[in-house]
Write a protein that binds this ligand. Structure first.
Ligand code: NAD
Ligand code: DAU
Length: 357
């Protein structure tokens, strides 16, 4: 049977990769994207799908209940894949309001709309909530990796808002028997990653000859997941996941930030001759740390592996090489994103970290 998906946040980084992935792998399904096109949303991410009759784009806010109700009915949606969120930790520290609105109230609005609509689906519906490993808090070097049973302990306004939304999604399964699924994944990377996040920021700054800001001592660890491996995992959870369950998704690629930055510098030296500053490592600058900076994230993905048969396929070396090449080949994509607004954010964010930036 063909499915019709409502993909919220489908013009963002992971959402747009997911839409491409889905229509490539399920060409007879239909995908409706609902996206507010905030600073992080970009229609260019979906440009090549504009003439695809199975693809529809709607600009709008997930907090708009009437709009969401209308879309579920109009398109006969049976799967909601919910990516829309304010996603950047540093911005949540500067101004948390929109995080509470979109991540908590927006998720609540979608759940209420789905609760109202679900009885029409005769049991053939799914609500996938895409969440983060940050809800589990931070790990010390010797702690074992986050499992689905690890208690929640969010440390930033961003992760607290995501934790709040996860709890709502869980409650709608237990209280209203809605077929909800939650995934908590580690740091994604790959094409269409907005320039404010570590990997694209480092790639772009190397190409522009700008300082590479590394927070604190650079020893914080993230568990990197190639975005298309993540999309394949979400497909697996939609098809085979058990409603009411949570699945952790990780890349099995723990790397210290400073090591990651050095790897990116080496790749750029190799793949982009004629850089403004070479070797690129000369640009590395240690700056003031992020407040409440989680020390280490690591995902134990054994549940999705053993129960649903998913495993990551891309190593960090392969994924970073592909990603660096993508930023080299797609300057026309990222250059317009370095707008006045972005420069103002960059100034506000990094000026306080160091005067050298
Ligand atoms: P992103 O910031 O790149 O994209 C978010 C998208 O949501 C944008 O297109 C934006 O316009 C849209 N949006 C924001 N507010 C909206 C609203 N009120 N209504 C409708 N659309 C709205 O985010 P991302 O990195 O692609 O993350 C997607 C999801 O995955 C988020 O829920 C995030 O918490 C989660 N996640 C991300 C990562 C990661 O490494 N990027 C890791 C774990 C979990
Ligand atoms: O773990 C999943 C999370 O990964 C997602 O839930 C978030 O939406 C996503 O943004 C990401 O959060 P992080 O805070 O881990 O990602 P970010 O790219 O901002 O930072 C990665 C690491 O690099 C982190 O330890 C902070 C550090 N960093 C980041 C920036 C932007 C720097 O050292 N310098 C920087 O300039």
């Amino acid at each position: 049977m063909n499915e019709t998906l409502l993909v919220t946040g489908g013009a963002g980084f992971i959402g747009s990769n997911f839409v491409h992935y889905w229509l490539r792998n399920h060409p007879d399904d239909a995908v409706v994207v609902l996206d507010a096109l905030t600073y992080a949303g970009n229609r260019d991410n979906l440009k090549d799908l504009e003439n695809n009759p199975h693809f529809h784009f709607v600009e709008g806010d997930i907090c708009d209940r009437a709009l969401v109700d209308g879309l579920l009915e109009k398109y006969n949606i049976n799967i909601i894949a919910h990516f829309a969120a304010e996603s950047h930790v540093d911005r949540s520290i500067l101004a948390p309001d929109s995080f509470i609105k979109t991540n908590v109230m927006g998720t609540f609005t979608l759940l209420e709309a789905f609760r109202n609509y679900y009885p029409q689906l005769d049991g053939n519906g799914r609500f996938l909530h895409v969440s983060t490993d940050e809800v589990y808090g931070t790990l010390d070097a010797n702690d074992s990796a986050f499992q689905e049973t690890t208690p929640y302990a969010p440390n930033s306004p961003y992760s607290a808002s995501k934790a709040g939304s996860d709890h709502l999604v869980r409650a709608y399964y237990y209280t209203y028997e809605l077929p909800t699924l939650i995934t908590n994944c580690s740091n994604n990377y790959g094409p269409y990653h907005y320039p404010e996040k570590l990997i694209p920021l480092i790639c772009i700054n190397i190409l522009l000859g700008k300082s590479l800001p590394v927070y604190g001592d650079g020893q914080n660890v993230r568990d990197w997941l190639y975005v298309l491996d993540h999309c394949r995992a979400l497909d697996t959870v939609i098809q085979k996941g058990k409603p009411g369950e949570t699945y952790n998704i990780g890349g099995n690629n723990e790397v210290k930030n400073i090591e990651l930055v050095r790897m990116l510098c080496q790749l750029m030296d190799e793949l982009a001759p004629g850089l403004p500053v070479s070797p690129a490592q000369e640009l590395i600058t240690f700056v003031k740390d992020r407040p409440g900076h989680d020390r280490r994230y690591a995902i134990d993905a054994s549940k999705i592996r053993t129960e649903l048969g998913w495993e990551p396929s891309v190593t960090i070396e392969q994924g970073l090489r592909q990603t660096v090449q993508w930023y080299l080949d797609n300057r026309h994509w990222w250059e317009p994103l370095l707008s006045q607004d972005y420069q103002a954010y960059y100034q506000q964010m990094y000026h306080s970290h160091s005067s050298q930036l």
